[in-house]
Write a protein that binds this ligand. Structure first.
Ligand code: AMP
Length: 284
């Protein structure tokens, strides 16, 4: 395992890999690593000689009243986790290294970044697109690995890669869950014991939607109402959205039809912690 803190050192390590004809896989993260990140690292380790995991809490993707300051940070622990899943390089740059001209979002991915999460977190996805572009330029990986857990983010990253004509392949892997269905997230540590118990409601609402679709329900309104009904069983869940959308564009759909790929997406606050989850389905 190598720990790389500067952009210059990362660029020279990249050159070294190129000169030895080694393939490079990349897993961008904000640290506080869990088994969800681990699954991405392990898959990259299967496919590549060198696996770079970045640990960077990106200020440009946090809103002014969000949790940038209190976001969990533990580089020693993250380094051990990366090694245990087969990662070979931890790239942990400072904010100054990443943004020598000061942190600012310079890439705009358009409408895909302004709906749903983008509406509730203005500027968030331009911040994500900007940091991922910068990281892709530095790491120059053959492929980069992202979790389906942040579904809209995967669409934003793909849009950015197309817009900027980057050569890195984007691979999306399934969401890893706790035993009771809660999607793993670095933010789950914020949940109180009560909120942690109630947090499974997002997954339960998604299962309700999936069951309804599998049973033949084709009305988005009905499916959304079913999710809302499940979510309303938890009094302290403050729902931002629980919707069914087209999985490529996130636009509204009138009716689910055969061959559609749709995604159910939920965002809700449990106490002070905002959680998101989703489920993608092909309509048979
Ligand atoms: P983060 O550190 O939260 O920015 O996440 C870094 C990467 O790990 C992103 O591609 C996330 O989608 C992915 N990720 C986070 N949680 C999970 C999970 N439970 N399952 C799979 N991937 C995840």
């Amino acid at each position: 395992m190598r720990r790389v803190l500067s952009v210059a050192a990362m660029l020279s390590l990249r050159e070294e890999a190129r000169s030895q004809n080694l393939t490079v896989g990349f897993v961008p993260t904000m640290g506080a690593l869990h088994a969800g990140h681990g699954a991405l690292i392990a898959e990259a380790a299967k496919r590549h000689d060198v696996v770079v995991v970045s640990v960077f809490v990106n200020p440009t993707q946090f809103g002014p009243n969000e949790d940038f300051e209190r976001y969990p940070r533990n580089l020693e622990l993250d380094e051990a986790t990366i090694a245990s899943y087969g990662g070979t390089v931890m790239f942990a740059p400072s904010v100054a290294e990443m943004y020598p001209d000061g942190p600012a979002a310079t890439i705009d991915v358009g409408v895909i970044g302004t709906v749903l999460e983008g509406r509730h977190r203005p500027g968030h996805f331009n911040g994500v697109a900007t940091v991922v572009k910068r990281l892709f330029d530095i790491v120059q990986a053959d492929a980069a690995y992202f979790g389906a857990k942040d579904f809209q983010q995967t669409l934003v990253v793909k849009a950015m890669v197309a817009q900027q004509e980057l050569p890195t392949q984007v691979v999306v892997l399934p969401t890893i869950r706790e035993h009771d269905g809660l999607a793993m997230s670095s933010r789950n540590v914020y949940l109180s014991a009560d909120a942690r118990q109630h947090a499974t409601v997002l997954y339960r609402a998604l299962c309700e939607a999936r069951n309804a679709i599998e049973a033949g329900e084709r009305s988005p309104t009905v499916i959304e109402q079913k999710m809302a009904d499940v979510l309303s069983t938890v009094r302290d869940a403050e729902v931002d959205y629980a919707v069914v959308r087209d999985s490529a564009t996130l636009s509204d759909i009138d009716r689910l039809t055969s061959g559609n790929s749709v995604v159910c997406l939920i965002a809700a606050k449990l106490g002070t912690t905002r959680l998101i989850d989703n489920d993608v389905m092909q309509i048979p």
